[in-house]
Design a protein around this ligand. Structure first.
Ligand code: PFF
Length: 444
């Protein structure tokens, strides 16, 4: 019991939802979801995506919460406690989340620069050129990235309640307010409402095997599943927290934010722009034509920065917990090690958009490689393995006890969750994974 007490935990059920929703809602919702949607046929992609969220993402999120909450341990020890010899699955998740940090921190850094530049009218007239020049420069993006990592560091060394919980309580309400203000404003514009219809209308001709893989990868990414972040948060939930209820709240909030972000972006009339530049090139361009454009642009990039920060602290915490609990380091020493490691990898990722652009693997620079490898390979793989673990390896009675007692999945939904985890997730994710990879490789 004292061991559990020492590792800290969230003070209440609402804050558990806020923190986990903070992990889920991030660049994935506001930066990635809109451009992946527009690349994959709009409404058609959204339908497939929602299916992935409901039938694959939600059960996996419940599974991951359960493993953390049941053991109250870091990802490696959590898996190993439930079944000896399975600690590697936690380690695989932590390696993946570390790789994600490498490029995610770089984009997070950009949001700071863009918020500042928008507020001070510093972007100028050519938005594409500004983006290219800034992101491929050596020092400016690196300094922003380091600043963002240091913000993370400060929150993490504050501890679970003093750092993560406090930050979530401030950041999440602010994020929702900004999002709602921006959504109302964009729907108020008549051309906004018109553009919306075009984007959400399904275009099934663009659907390929890769579309399913993209939808699934996006669903896993946006819910932060498989990588230890949700597991570690689950381990901090109070006894008696309803895991299924918390997961449903997180999934609902996350989906709502993704759809709202798509509404904001597409209603601004940028549906013709696609790719990762959507948020950074098209949005400032659109804002610049509006009254009070700088104000709206600043608000938009603050929204991105807040979303990114509440996600990156969960990544940082997952890896830090390993050094603290498994390697016996103090919280500040463990966090410092993660911070330095993240800075090193993010430096490589950032420079790979500029001076190191020539270093390419499978035609991709390091930045794209980190993004693609984690989204297309690691996330589905972790999804398959986690569902096999919870559905087949974890002793049935123990898993049932966790989910039906404290976990709160009632007797009728428990068999559904178990069925999804035992059969639907491993089979469906494997099929999509294999066909998607074949499709992806042949497109290279
Ligand atoms: N869910 C976050 C997003 O949508 O931006 C990204 C993320 C957070 C991935 C935490 C992985 C993770 F462990």
């Amino acid at each position: 019991m004292s061991e559990v007490k020492n590792r800290g935990g969230f003070g209440g059920k609402l804050v558990a939802i806020l923190a986990a929703a903070g992990s889920a809602i991030g660049l994935g919702n506001i930066w990635r979801f809109p451009y992946i949607t527009s690349e994959n046929g709009g409404g058609a992609f959204i339908i497939i995506y929602l299916g992935c969220i409901l039938f694959l993402g939600l059960p996996l999120l419940i599974a991951e919460f359960s493993v953390g909450h049941n053991t109250k341990k870091n990802p490696i020890d959590a898996f190993a406690t439930i079944k000896r010899g399975w600690g590697w699955l936690g380690a695989l998740g932590l390696v993946s989340v570390f790789l994600i940090m490498g490029y995610y921190f770089v984009i997070s850094g950009w949001t700071l620069n863009y918020a500042y530049a928008s507020a001070t009218n510093g972007i100028g007239g050519d938005f594409g050129a500004f983006f290219k020049e800034f992101t491929s420069a050596t020092w400016a993006p690196l300094i922003c990235t380091y600043l963002f990592i240091v913000l993370n560091h400060i929150i993490i060394i504050g501890g679970v309640q003093g750092g993560i919980e406090k930050a979530s309580k401030v950041m999440m309400p602010l994020l929702f307010v900004i999002l709602i203000v921006l959504a109302i404003y964009s729907l108020w514009l008549p051309e906004g409402r018109e553009a919306l219809g075009n984007v959400f209308t399904p275009d099934f001709s663009k659907v390929t095997g890769k579309t399913f893989l993209d939808a699934m990868g996006q669903a896993f990414f946006t819910l932060s599943v498989g990588m230890g972040a949700m597991l570690i948060y689950g381990s901090y939930f109070q006894n008696g927290t309803k895991l299924s209820g918390t997961a449903i709240s997180v999934v609902s909030l996350d989906t709502l934010v993704a759809l709202t972000a798509a509404v904001i972006i597409f209603s601004a009339g940028v549906e013709n722009e696609s790719g990762p530049q959507l948020a950074f090139v098209a949005m400032p361009k659109v804002f610049s034509t509006m009254p009070l454009g700088n104000f709206w642009a600043t608000l938009f990039f603050l929204l991105l920065a807040l979303a990114a920060l509440s996600s990156t602290i969960s990544m940082h915490e997952a890896v830090t917990s390993y050094f603290v609990e498994k390697r016996g380091m103090s919280r500040s020493a463990g966090a410092t090690l993660v911070t330095i490691g993240a800075m090193a990898l993010a430096t490589v990722a950032s420079l790979s958009l500029g001076v190191w652009d020539g270093v390419r693997i499978a035609g991709m620079n390091i930045f794209s490689l980190l993004d693609n490898f984690t989204a297309i390979v690691m996330l589905p793989l972790l999804g398959i393995l986690t569902s096999i673990f919870v559905g087949w390896v974890w002793k049935k009675e123990d898993m049932r006890a966790e989910l039906t007692a404290e976990g709160g999945v009632d007797a009728t939904t428990y068999p559904v969750i178990r069925f999804l985890l035992r059969y639907v997730c491993p089979v469906l994710v494997s099929i999509v994974f294999i066909f998607g990879i074949i499709d992806f490789i042949s497109s290279l």
